[in-house]
Design a protein. Structure first.
Length: 369
């Protein structure tokens, strides 16, 4: 038996599965009905214990195709019921077997509806997955004395640059905790992608002669990577930039806007977003606990392009004078609807237009000479 103890003293007792090790992290919830493999392997969940609101998890097993990273950074899994005997033609192992192999603890058989309502009411908080043999007061003392990590991006970003070759546009992808779905979208479009660590300088990036720069998703508070904010500020206006999730927040900070922590965040594959330019509504996949402050945009050159229909938070930005745009959600849709995968095409179209303008300017200069 295991127990899940929240920092306010609320305790849930259930059956343990996966790894038996003890873990402490930030407790959050995900509302997706499917996609548990992508969620568990999403680097943006680094440092977090994830509660799945859908009551049955693991029924289609784990396969080799749907991973978002090789080594998951999630700290724990909380479910109402986990399926011990999955049934799917792609299944290669059970959820329990996978979590054991990756040393990720899980707990099942608890009231996840009650837990989710607590998080919605009081916000995300510290939680610990541990044995029922450990006294709750001792667990609470440990949590009080142990701060949550603030170096999540450092934990999940690539250590060294690497190349995913292609014959199309040259994209530098700054890895803050990149999902493989982003790479799949670029390779599908035959781009030549160079993935670089989060702390790569603007000068190093420019030496790679990219046609465009992609800022990936990632975990934690965007203000915890000030060096990346400075790099983005230097690159804006020189090379087309597209930001997703954490990349979106970093663009806002680099432009003079502000961000703040949300009460319980957006995590799921059913988040409605309205495009203010077209009036169109799309359903998106999201995973973030911080958001750009709407009022802080008034002193910047950023235009608000998209908003959440659930809480009216900022979902899309575009720079008024630079070739820079961003979205808070995941257009690579892993997991989730593919309503917004066209944004990768828009990014490449922006690169095409930028290069056309440069050629036109060069031709005019030659004529004048």
């Amino acid at each position: 038996m295991k127990q899940l103890v929240l920092e306010d003293g609320t305790t849930f007792v259930g059956q343990g599965f996966g790894s038996q090790r003890e873990t402490m992290g930030e407790i959050v919830f995900n509302t997706g009905m499917t996609g548990y493999q992508e969620v568990i392997s999403d680097p943006s969940y680094c440092g977090q214990i994830v509660t799945f609101t859908y009551p049955l998890v693991g029924n289609y097993g784990i396969n080799r195709d749907d991973f978002e990273t090789v080594d998951p950074a999630i700290l724990g899994v909380v479910v109402k019921e986990h399926c011990e005997q999955p049934s799917n033609f792609r299944s290669e192992e059970s959820l329990d077997e996978f979590l054991k192999a990756k040393r990720i603890p899980g707990i099942s058989g608890i009231d996840t509806r009650k837990l989710t309502k607590i998080i919605r009411k009081y916000g995300t908080m510290k939680a610990m997955l541990t044995s029922v043999d450990r006294p709750v007061n001792q667990v609470l003392e440990t949590m009080e004395a142990t701060p949550l990590a603030r170096d999540q991006v450092k934990q999940v970003s690539t250590i060294k640059p690497y190349v995913v070759p292609g014959r199309g546009y040259r994209i530098v992808l700054i890895d803050f905790g990149m999902k493989h779905g982003i790479l799949r979208e670029f390779t599908k479009r035959n781009c030549h992608v160079t993935v670089v660590p989060y702390h790569t300088s603007a000068e190093e990036i420019e030496r790679l002669r990219p046609d465009g720069i992609m800022l990936s998703n990632g975990p934690g508070d965007p203000k915890d990577v000030p060096e990346s904010i400075q790099t983005i500020a230097k690159l804006m206006g020189r090379i087309p930039i597209f930001g997703i999730c954490l990349g979106h927040q970093l663009i806002a900070l680099a432009s003079g806007a502000d961000t703040s922590k949300m009460k319980f965040g957006h995590r799921g594959a059913n988040q409605p977003v309205k495009d203010l330019r077209t009036g169109r509504t799309v359903i998106t996949s999201q995973n973030h606990g911080y958001a750009v402050n709407t009022e802080s945009l008034t002193t910047t050159n950023l235009s608000l392009t998209q908003v959440s229909l659930n809480d009216e938070t900022v979902e899309g930005l575009a720079h008024e004078s630079h070739n820079v745009f961003s979205v808070q959600y995941h257009p690579e849709s892993s997991p989730g609807p593919d309503d917004t995968s066209h944004l990768f095409d828009e990014f490449l179209e922006r690169i095409t237009n930028e290069q056309a303008k440069l050629k036109e300017g060069s031709s005019c200069l030659n004529v004048q000479i």
